[in-house]
Write a protein that binds this ligand. Structure first.
Ligand code: PEP
Ligand code: MG
Length: 590
């Protein structure tokens, strides 16, 4: 039996057979002969891809060394050796210089040649290197192309999917009924693929280094997404304990779904608990977990899944379904908050988002909409039309200044006039709000509040932009700290401004679902916490064990620590308070 530690990415526990997912095997590329004058350019592209791939591998090796010790990095050191092999490098360059092939074709040709040589050898060591070659080829091609591919996953029995990494589009295309859990070599806890795993209620562990080469198809593994671990070849006793844990979680979900409304405190007070959803995630499941409304509908997945611009009709149908479901099956007053298109950053859509050198700071989200008025018009028309079917709120992502709010308000008014002239039904007083997910928005919260009916704090991005730590990069995952005072000051600022303006605030970043952090946001005064539905039962159970007075006490914990305490110390103090107060939820605390 061996337990391997990774990053706890989507909470939950799963046991089952391994299915190794290797993407589509071969990444489809365009192969062509280049003109003479483009040879230098192609050589530069190849050089850049090699440098970037080397940097990625070195980063991975250093993280793995820190976390797991030397033996686990051998696979990647071997990849590095292959990448730096002079013979292979010269061969690739020659395909460009002499045969005038484009860089992608040159990489593929070299890899195919080497693969054929390795496969001919009798030595199992060399045959194993074929896999390494595949990995290197994929890394180089991905870097050259700039996008991951989106292969289909042919699963026919419930399994734990083990992969190098999964993109959001790959994750959303998983056949949910057959995926018990996800374990990946790379990845991070807050990437969009991770969020999707949570939304789909699939336990996941990422950052496992070389898990794809440590397991064999069909072998049984135990996956613990709450603590971030995978156990290989479990003994009978461990397997039985694990099965009991899985059952306890299931019972908790059933208990909460059939009990008091989610977020009710012991003394009757309440924090509303809403669900974050994506198009494509079965909405009925959200209700089963006890959600009292939809706090974040990530509309961009309509673009990400199909990689084409959805028509007004397609969008309208998708939004209407969410709005109507909320109105019909959720408690009175429940709303569905549709977030306007949030593409860019790590949510690139081939053929739609432009390649940018720094997409996280680029023309994304509300900026993209304001510079692509046709796209905005189509989407706003669809959302407004859906608003005729139930309480709908429209939310703008990545707002960073007041002008964006005034510009978008102007556009919305003109689209409303257009619909009114056509005699189309919609909610003329539809509530609009800004996501507070960049530091400037938090700092401008008082000014932005003038233009908003609500705020929703997106801590996934707020933490990323405040700490300057990429939410998808495991090498800087230690800096990704929701309870860092730099972040909590901005959250408090936002809550104070909203209170002053008399508007409600929701927290819809995934930190809302971490009992330690979500409770803190509630204690500071957030009205609603919105999260992946599968996390609702634990949060509901937590709130039902606490009173307002407990929350007041909890809010004071960080300030009771010495000035200069680290985020880790703050998290630890909150965690310990919670573990002592609600011991029955201890196994759900990270
Ligand atoms: C956030 O940034 O916290 C958020 C909810 O938006 P997303 O995760 O989709 O970027
Ligand atoms: Mg965001």
């Amino acid at each position: 039996m061996k337990t391997i530690a990774g990053l706890p990415t989507a909470r939950g526990f799963a046991a089952g057979p391994v299915f190794i997912y290797r993407g589509d095997g071969e990444i489809p590329i365009r192969e062509y002969v280049i003109e003479e004058h483009l040879v230098d350019n192609e050589m530069r592209r190849l050089q850049r891809a090699m440098v970037e791939t080397k940097r990625d591998l070195e980063g991975l090796i250093s993280v793995l060394k820190e976390r797991t010790g030397r033996s686990d990095v051998r696979v990647f050191e071997c990849h590095l050796m292959i990448l730096e092999d002079i013979v292979l490098q010269d061969e690739t360059k020659n395909y460009i210089l002499k045969d005038r092939l484009n860089a992608e074709a040159a990489v593929r040709k070299t890899a195919s040649g080497a693969r054929a040589q390795f496969e001919r050898m009798n030595d199992p060591y060399f045959r194993e290197r074929v896999r390494d070659l595949d990995d290197i080829e994929r890394r180089l091609l991905k870097t050259l192309i700039g996008y991951d591919r989106h292969p289909k996953l042919e699963l026919t029995t419930p399994s734990i999917v083990v992969a190098d990494d999964l993109t959001p589009s790959e994750t959303v295309q998983l056949p949910k009924e057959y995926v018990l859990g996800i374990a990946t070599n790379g990845g991070s806890t807050t990437s969009h693929a991770a969020l999707l795993a949570r939304a789909l209620a699939i336990p996941a562990v990422t950052g496992l280094g070389d898990i794809t080469s440590r397991v064999s198809p069909g072998e049984t593994v135990l996956l613990d997404g709450t603590n971030g671990a995978i156990t290989l070849s479990p003994d009978k006793a461990t397997e039985a304990d694990f099965a009991a844990l899985v059952k306890r979680q299931k019972d908790l979900t059933e208990e909460v779904a059939s009990g008091v409304p989610a977020g009710t405190l012991k003394d009757g007070g309440e924090i509303l608990i809403y669900a974050n959803i994506h198009p494509g995630v079965p909405i009925a499941g959200v209700k089963a977990y006890g959600a009292r409304g939809i706090g974040l509908y990530r509309s961009e997945y309509l673009w990400l899944t199909n990689e084409v611009e959805p028509s007004e009709e397609e969008q309208f149908e998708a939004y209407r379904r969410a709005v109507e479901f909320t109105a019909k099956f959720m408690p009175p007053g429940a709303s569905a908050t549709i977030r306007a298109l949030d593409i860019g950053g790590d949510k690139m859509v081939r053929g739609i988002t432009a390649k940018e050198s720094n997409p996280f700071l680029g023309n994304r989200s509300i900026r993209y909409l304001l510079s692509n008025r046709d796209v905005m018009r189509t989407q706003f028309r669809a959302i407004l039309r859906a608003s005729a079917y139930g309480h709908t709120r429209l939310m703008y992502p990545m707002v960073s200044c007041v002008e964006e709010m005034t510009e978008v308000a102007c556009a919305l008014e003109s689209i409303k006039r257009e619909l009114a002239a056509e005699g189309v039904e919609f909610d003329r007083n539809i509530k609009v709000g800004a996501m507070i997910e960049v530091p400037s928005a938090a700092l401008l919260a008082r000014e932005l509040a003038i233009h908003c009916d609500f705020f929703s704090i997106g801590t996934n991005d707020l933490v990323q932009y405040t700490m300057a730590a990429d939410r998808g990069n495991e090498a800087v995952a230690h800096l990704y700290q929701p309870l860092n005072p730099a972040v909590t000051k901005l959250v408090k600022m936002t809550l104070d401004a909203a209170k002053g303006a008399g508007i409600p605030v929701s927290v819809c970043g995934e930190s809302a679902a971490d009992p330690v952090v979500g409770l803190y946001w509630a204690a500071l005064g957030a009205d609603t916490l919105s999260m992946s539905a599968s996390y609702i039962p634990v949060m509901s159970k937590l709130f039902s064990s606490l009173t307002r007075t407990d929350l007041e006490e909890y809010a004071k914990i960080p300030e009771s620590l010495p000035l200069g305490s680290t985020a880790q110390a703050i998290y630890g103090a909150c965690h310990d308070w919670l573990a002592a107060k609600v011991p029955e939820l201890r196994e759900n605390l990270v």
